[in-house]
Design a protein around this ligand. Structure first.
Ligand code: COA
Length: 214
């Protein structure tokens, strides 16, 4: 029996997660949100049940969680909340929209999220908590560390390596073989052609570090 799911968060990313889970035929009980103003609201027809304290009414053996907290840069919240709940025994489910094309020769972690029309090619490794968002392409032999977000329409060419907690902006392109260290932020629309050590924000075509242009 496939476990029912509760989504942590009730914002825009939570809606995309809900949509993907429902499209995949999963039973979704609702969302949580720490903001009391959101309690009783609906996300894709699902109720916002309350804050995370509602989890006391459920058992990890019967219910899995899905991470509905999005990220637009190298923010720690998404990973922090997931880590806290995993330490309490909760398991985060993989989210896979039925229209995603995922090679059976790719390795996708249990809590990764693969949204509508995402493509993951052979030899790719998608780490825990990663998001491969709508229409993003993760080419052959790409490696994504934990909690990397590949935003909508971004393209990671073959053998790109991306360190943990990095954010690849919408419609960005990373050239084949480039390695980006942990907590790199790539701006929307950037073309990254050189490797970098991590922690930088890279923007433009070709991408340079934000603020480095004189
Ligand atoms: C790169 C980014 C993180 C910078 O955010 P920020 O630090 O808040 O930057 P600001 O908006 O204050 O802009 C700072 C400067 O960078 C420029 N800039 C911002 N984003 C840029 C981008 N993607 N490409 C080129 N230049 C950019 C701004 O024009 C501004 O230039 P100025 O100082 O000459 O006026 C952000 O703009 C971005 O692209 N985020 C990705 C968003 C995304 O992928 N969303 C998808 C979610 S699914």
């Amino acid at each position: 029996m496939t476990a029912a799911v509760i989504i942590i968060g009730s914002g825009g990313h939570a809606a995309v997660v809900a949509d993907a889970l429902l499209a995949a035929g999963r039973q979704v009980l609702g969302c949580t949100d720490s903001d009391v103003q959101r309690h009783g609201a609906q996300v894709c027809g699902l109720p916002v049940l309350g804050d995370d304290s509602v989890l006391v009414h459920h058992q990890p053996a019967l219910v899995q969680l899905a991470n509905g907290i999005g990220s637009t840069r190298a923010e720690p919240l998404r990973a922090h909340v997931q880590g806290k709940l995993e330490a309490r025994g909760w398991q985060f489910t993989q989210v896979r929209h039925p229209s995603a094309i995922i090679s059976p020769f790719a390795q996708v972690a249990a809590s990764a999220q693969l949204m509508a029309r995402a493509v993951v090619q052979p030899g790719a490794v998608v780490g825990d908590g990663c998001i491969v968002n709508t229409g993003a392409v993760v080419e052959h032999d790409v490696q994504l560390g934990a909690f990397v977000h590949v935003s909508c329409g971004a393209v990671l060419c073959g053998s790109v390596h991306v360190g943990a907690h990095s954010h690849i902006g919408a419609a960005a392109v990373v050239r084949q073989g480039v390695a980006l260290g942990a907590r790199t932020v790539v701006g929307a629309g950037a073309a990254v052609v050189r490797s970098s050590t991590g922690g930088q924000t890279l923007v433009g075509v070709p991408a340079i570090e934000l603020g480095s242009k004189t």
